[in-house]
Design a protein around this ligand. Sequence first.
Ligand SMILES: [Zn+2]
Length: 354
Amino acid sequence: MVNRSTVIDDGNTKEQQEQNQPETVTTADTGKDYPQRVKREASWPSVLFYIHLNILGLYGIFIMFTSASFLTILFTLTLTFLGILGATAGAHRLWAHQTYAASTSLRIFLMLCQTLAGQGPIYSWVQAHRLHHQRFREDEDPFYSARSFIAAQVHSQIMSYTPEQQLLLDGVDMSDIEQDKVVMFQKKYYWVLYFFLHVLLPVNAPLEYWGDSIAAATFVAFSLRYLIVLNVCWLINSAHFIWGLDKNFKPSDSNSVFFITKSYWPQYHYLLPNDYQSGEFGDYGSDFTTAMIRVFAALDLATDLRTISSVAVRKGLTNAVETGRPIVECIQEQATEEMNEMPKNHYLNRDRFM
Ligand SMILES: [Zn+2]
């Protein structure tokens, strides 16, 4: 469902182009005007689905506190955790940003976990997230990074893509993902996997294995879990509104402090997304997903963990000032140099490479 009258098309007549003059919208966080050139239409199946999910998920909280068994709650928590891990360690850090390499067994495990997140196939998740990075704080960003937190977290999820966004999505380089047999398998059989893992398993297990009620299985293990996982995973694309650097706030020393201390996650992640330690929820190097990637590495399931030390960042910044070249290019250059000298098991010595 797309609003064709608002498509910016080079083939339009002058009159049509005048009619399509961009209207301006004021952003909630900056108070500045930006042109909104295209409008997205609501995806009504998504709207109805999320209304139902919110109501049923909230009812799940009531069931959880009144009648669900301890085993169902534990099972729900486990599936919730696995779904979030699939989105953060899998879709985001492994497939979207290639911050490390994973063995086939780990990729299969993370693919199954990502299916538990119910956010669509890894392929389309990565495609949208890469476009989000490419068009960060621009109108074409599918996750409204130029607008407000609520727009990014909720509104963007229930809207269809514009034809312009669809074109941009089709243009995203997915060659690395297309060579990954695990991702392509999931893309092909997504709805079968979704039905068995995401719907049947959570609803069936509490009924069949420990005799809990249909209400607990449906509203807690399915609806409430789905509601939590979706909201947490959506934060990956909207957390920059919460943990970002406020334009009006200057860190004590200088604006580059966030680079060296790796605080202000979005400023760091959106400039240097290849660091496996870059947490999705405001942390650096101390979050659960990072710890899990280190465990995978210790088990030889994950290799080539990419990171950047503060020393390399400092050297890169100095080079950028001295040569006038782009900051990111200079830091990446230093990071590559450093990675070549780092021992393979650098992740075991976390303090040294913070
Ligand atoms: Zn990212």
